[in-house]
Design a protein around this ligand. Sequence first.
Ligand SMILES: O=C[C@H](O)[C@H](O)[C@H](O)COP(=O)(O)O
Length: 224
Amino acid sequence: MQNTDKEKKIAAKEAVQLIKDGMIIGIGTGSTVNYFIEELGKKVASGLKVKGVSSSTKSSDLARSYGIEIMDDFEGTMDIDVDGADQVDGNGNLIKGGGGALLREKIVAFNSRRVCIIVDREKMAGDRFGSFPLPVEVTPYFASGTIKHIEKLGSHCKLRQNGNFVTDNGNLIADCEFGKISDPCILEKKIKSIPGVVEVGLFVNMTSEIIVGSENSAKFIKLK
Ligand SMILES: O=C[C@H](O)[C@H](O)[C@H](O)COP(=O)(O)O
């Protein structure tokens, strides 16, 4: 197992400790969350009663394969959302969408009382925040035109897999290189105001806590 995988697994195991009987859990997407689902599955097999709302068909399928009940919709607020991230800045803001699940992930996070982000150390980008190309979900209709407007904000964008990557929502992903992102709040608003943009992979002020896995332990960073 590679170091980063080890760190992801350690962070995921710590997050599972936060899950209590009766909780409704938001479940993110990606390789780190897959470890969380696996660990949660073990607890469910030994009697923990929880329900989940998942951010992708991949996560739903995996969770169900471990016997975790997944609801497609839910009127209330989830107790906790556990998700990964592609990069984290010094204030706990996130770049997400490397797996293309950013729209549902943002809906799940918005509807959760507590957002717990699990990452390996490499994701803690600090001043490098933005070196991971920012994923933006766009409608297939007029995608190239939409991208031109995102580029006017100072980026270079490419449609993921030349437009062949289709999200769970039937949309496309533009991966946009902005270089260093120092004001994610303003950038998120500017990109979101472009018609054709469905959602932006910047998660600003949404994180409650970050669990960073390292060699043999995990570090908790509490934000709210
Ligand atoms: O769309 C995917 C998500 O935002 C993931 O949470 C993110 O890409 C991190 O994934 P991983 O845990 O595989 O690094």
